[in-house]
Design a protein around this ligand. Structure first.
Ligand SMILES: Cc1cc2nc3c(=O)[nH]c(=O)nc-3n(C[C@H](O)[C@H](O)[C@H](O)COP(=O)(O)OP(=O)(O)OC[C@H]3O[C@@H](n4cnc5c(N)ncnc54)[C@H](O)[C@@H]3O)c2cc1C
Length: 453
């Protein structure tokens, strides 16, 4: 007997999980919001990392080549999507695995942050990586752009602002100090030449009295932060100066009477030890930073529209809060309904859907594969379906989507799109080429079918 598993999403977590589930002989149907698989590996990883992206695409192609895996791209699961999670549950597959990443945006909720020139990092990342519909949205930038958060996503956004938008000034704003920065130095290296060393020196002098007593040496930090400043940027020197503002928490976006942003009010912080780590503590004193654009790069949260409840006090979906002491690992992947206080039998969550914004592709892969092992153990204890019954259920999903006029992009069509984009890249002499709207992608696929019967 085989089992039928529906996987929601086709990012790294979902794809690696799918590979492990299909390897056990089960049939997997993937429903993916984007026409193309890959998730943030396709639409998040920075533009210049062609080799890494292509390496991942190669692995994803290999996984998807398995005939036991059925891929439906362009299909959003959710209350406003093409099919609801509850409708998938009604089909009674043997399991549903949600690997839809963290598609919601986190907000600090400061006054004025709902007006123009305030952006969420993921939206901008999706924009420059050409994910529809973000690819079509305008993201006007001013001359002084503050990025809130100081992790690797900040480094990517700064890279984009430096090399593509050529913004004059980028300010990375951190709640804590330079020691607590979250970015890996190698992510900043391509743009480290643009760090304004004089401004950094002054900033470190400004915070020295607050951090010195904690044993943090600002001279050491200056050396650390500037160690790659001599590296000639591969993308060429540009006009941007990168600055840092430490120990600052945004309190309000300041706008003039026309609604134009004229600054961001920040509260000065100090650091204090809480539960073994240094946390920011507001000093009640505020300053206005003269910025005209603000980008929040503070992580993401799961999408509430998908049909699962968020975990209390966390950014992922809720999972079983009462693990079996003999098998605590399983509980971490079992979806849970906190309102009904019960498990959603046969529904599992993996990757950033479980632990939003947590780690690189390797971590998402590990999480997907661990989740797949839990799913495989679950399936091993349950009866499956006949081949005929499995295909009847897959047919039901397909007909449901067609009825809702969703243009489902199956594996064969996605392969055509890949080929068309490769041909376009070589025609234009580019490393890669992407169509930025679903309509263009679908049209090119159709034209290609008509041309090559
Ligand atoms: C800006 C940025 C840069 C990064 N750079 C790197 C890097 O250089 N190297 C590295 O190793 N890692 C990088 N990462 C981290 C890496 O991208 C993640 O670890 C990984 O992609 C998370 O995988 P996931 O499958 O959980 O989620 P995602 O990659 O987000 O995949 C989610 C998938 O679910 C689909 N989906 C979403 N909602 C629905 C829905 N309602 N219905 C159906 N499908 C849905 C999406 O279309 C997508 O295919 C970066 C992350 C970001 C944000």
């Amino acid at each position: 007997m085989r089992h039928l598993v529906i996987v929601v999403g086709a990012g790294p977590a979902a794809l690696y999980a799918t590979g492990k589930i299909a390897a056990k002989g089960h049939t997997v149907v993937i429903l993916n919001r984007d026409i193309k698989p890959g998730g943030l590996a396709e639409y998040g990883i920075y533009l210049s990392k062609h080799k890494m992206k292509e390496g991942l695409r190669k692995q994803f192609r290999q996984i998807l080549a398995d005939p036991r895996i059925i891929y439906f791209g362009g299909v959003t699961v959710g209350d406003a999507g093409a099919i609801r999670l509850s409708e998938l549950q009604d089909l009674k597959p043997n399991a549903i695995v949600v690997g839809a990443g963290a598609q919601g945006t986190k907000s600090l909720g400061v006054p004025g942050d709902d007006g123009p020139n305030v952006y969420h990092a993921k939206d901008l990342v999706y924009h420059y990586n050409l994910l529809p519909p973000f690819s079509q949205r305008e993201f006007p930038m001013g001359n002084r752009v503050a990025i809130i958060g100081i992790g690797n996503v900040m480094a990517d956004i700064a890279n984009y602002l430096v090399t593509i938008r050529k913004v004059p000034e980028v300010i990375a704003v951190a709640r804590r100090g330079p020691v607590e920065r979250k970015y890996d130095d190698r992510e900043m290296r391509p743009i480290a030449w643009h760090i304004d060393k004089e401004a950094l020196k002054q900033e470190l002098e400004r915070i020295r009295p607050r951090l010195g007593p904690l044993g943090q040496d600002m001279d050491v930090q200056f050396k650390e932060l500037t160690k790659d400043c001599h590296v000639e940027p591969k993308a060429g020197r540009g006009p941007t100066r990168i600055k840092f503002r430490f120990l600052a928490s945004p309190k309000a976006i300041i706008r003039d009477e026309t609604g134009r942003m004229v600054g961001m009010e920040v509260e000065e912080n100090t650091l204090e030890e809480r539960r073994g780590q240094l946390s920011a503590k507001g000093l009640g004193e505020t300053t206005i930073l003269p910025v005209d654009t603000v980008i929040f790069a503070i992580g993401d949260v799961v999408d509430l529209d998908l049909g699962l409840a968020p975990a209390k006090g966390a950014w992922g979906y809720s999972t079983n809060p009462k693990p079996d002491p003999g098998d605590p690992e399983t509980a971490a992947y079992q979806a849970y309904d906190p309102k009904a206080e019960q498990l959603l039998d046969g529904v599992f969550v993996i990757g950033w859907s479980r632990n939003a914004s947590e780690g690189v592709v390797g971590i998402a892969r590990l999480d997907g594969e661990k989740g797949a092992a839990v799913v495989n153990r679950y399936l091993a204890q349950r009866p499956g379906f006949s081949r005929r019954e499995i295909y009847r259920r897959i047919g039901t999903i397909y007909h449901h989507l067609r009825k809702r006029t969703v243009p489902v992009v199956h594996k064969g069509l996605w392969r055509i799109l890949e080929r068309v984009e490769r041909e376009e890249a070589s025609k234009r002499g580019l490393e890669e080429f992407k169509y930025g709207t679903n309509d263009e992608m679908l049209q090119r696929i159709e034209e290609s079918i008509v041309r090559r019967p």
